[in-house]
Design a protein around this ligand. Structure first.
Ligand code: NAD
Ligand code: UFG
Length: 337
């Protein structure tokens, strides 16, 4: 497939995927409302790939915008990143999350139907497994999400699966991401959370660059080898490559689910130690109480993606740390200059 519409393409994972697609020779049109990203990302994408993606500033909940974007781009498939992702905010403002994520996806799919575009890759999350025991396999039943963000992902998956059952021309790839970290090796694009980061890796890098005084490690009394939680961290470049490979699976109609993770986990302590060793930067840290809703161990059974897509996330943790630091130290204020 050559012509791809990417929603949320100026965001963290979207921008890395757009680079991958442009470098593979695809024609890319981005639709993003810039609610959690910056226009300058487009220039950075162009510097890396030597090509400028088409950009439409618009909201996925606007049916007219989405139909116009699909027609203008002549897209053969859509990669759908646009969504809100802050777990804590979703607990405080559930309606905002269900409207943006669930309603936004419904409007997108209606626009796709109207334009005869029936191939979609969706950004799902390991959070849909609930509190099942790791490693997670795609054929496990979905768990009960502990927050509206997670529930919105599970609802969207159900909607997309039902649509594939109802219309055999549809094909959907639901990609369940584990914990993407790192940045493009150029240091030109990376993760730029607004305010105080919720996630571990941006928090570590903001402590290292001197913008936050110390990291709190949430809990050291879990039933894990060093007492801190274990997650499956994968390089965002590997994740981007996973999207390019998953597009090929859309040749077969139906609903396809893939875990995108490395298949191995690291503890919070290991993450802090590895970052300090690789970058030579100190990360002052203290131990704090457990964070509500955290699971002790989350990692993927990543064998299905390897078997069926020929994809695996092989970038070593050290390189994820190096790339995170190159991005953070070169752009201490992210895209804000
Ligand atoms: P991000 O916030 O950096 O990117 C999302 C992009 O979507 C932003 O550019 C934002 O401006 C845009 N957007 C949001 N709502 C929109 C709307 N209504 N219309 C148009 N554009 C809109 O997030 P990310 O980390 O790149 O995540 C991308 C997707 O992957 C999200 O759906 C997220 O839930 C999912 N995901 C992310 C992670 C992670 O750890 N980053 C893990 C699992 C799943
Ligand atoms: N952590 C800390 N201190 C911090 C931040 C995080 O100790 O300041 C710990 C957490 O307790 C957890 C680990 O670092 O043990 C990873 O935390 P993240 O917030 O980076 O990642 P999570 O696995 O908790 O969450 C991610 C996504 C969510 C998604 C969830 C499940 O960010 O959007 O995976 O898929 F819902």
């Amino acid at each position: 497939m050559k012509r791809i519409l990417v929603t949320g393409g100026t965001g963290y994972i979207g921008s890395h995927t757009v680079v991958e697609l442009l470098q593979a020779g695809c024609e890319v049109t981005i639709v993003d409302n810039l609610s959690n990203s910056f226009r300058v990302v487009l220039e950075r994408i162009a510097s890396i790939s030597g090509r400028v993606p088409d950009f439409i500033e618009g909201d996925i909940r606007d049916r007219a915008v989405m139909e116009a974007a699909l027609k203008h781009s002549q897209a053969e498939a859509v990669i759908h990143f646009a969504g809100l992702k802050a777990v804590g905010e979703s607990v405080e403002q559930p309606l905002k999350y269900y409207d943006n994520n669930v309603n936004g996806t419904l409007v997108l799919c209606e626009a796709m139907n109207a334009c005869g575009v029936k191939k979609l890759i969706f950004s799902s999350s390991a959070t849909v497994y609930g509190d099942a025991a790791a490693p997670y396999r795609e054929d496990m039943p979905l768990g009960r999400a502990t927050n509206p963000y997670g529930a919105s992902k599970a609802m969207i998956e159900r909607i997309l699966e039902d649509q594939c059952i109802a219309d055999s021309d549809w094909s959907v790839g639901a990609l369940r991401y584990f914990n993407p970290i790192g940045a493009h090796a150029s240091g030109l694009i990376g993760e730029d959370p607004q305010g105080i980061p919720n996630n571990l890796m941006p928090f570590i890098s903001k402590v290292a660059v001197g913008q936050l005084p110390q990291l709190s490690i949430f809990g050291d009394d879990y039933d894990t080898p060093d007492g801190t939680c274990i997650r499956d961290y994968l390089h965002v470049g590997d994740l981007a490559d996973g999207h390019a490979k998953a597009l090929k699976a859309l040749a077969t109609p139906g609903y396809h689910v893939f875990n995108l993770g490395t298949g191995r986990g690291y503890s919070v302590k290991e993450m802090v130690e590895t970052f300090q060793r690789v970058t030579g930067q100190a990360v002052p840290h203290v131990y704090a109480p457990r964070r509500e809703g955290d699971l002790a161990e989350v990692w993927a059974d990543a064998s299905k993606a390897k078997r069926e897509l020929g994809w695996s996330a092989d970038t070593p943790l050290e390189k994820m740390m190096e790339d995170t630091w190159r991005w953070q130290s070169g752009n201490p204020n992210g895209y804000r200059g």
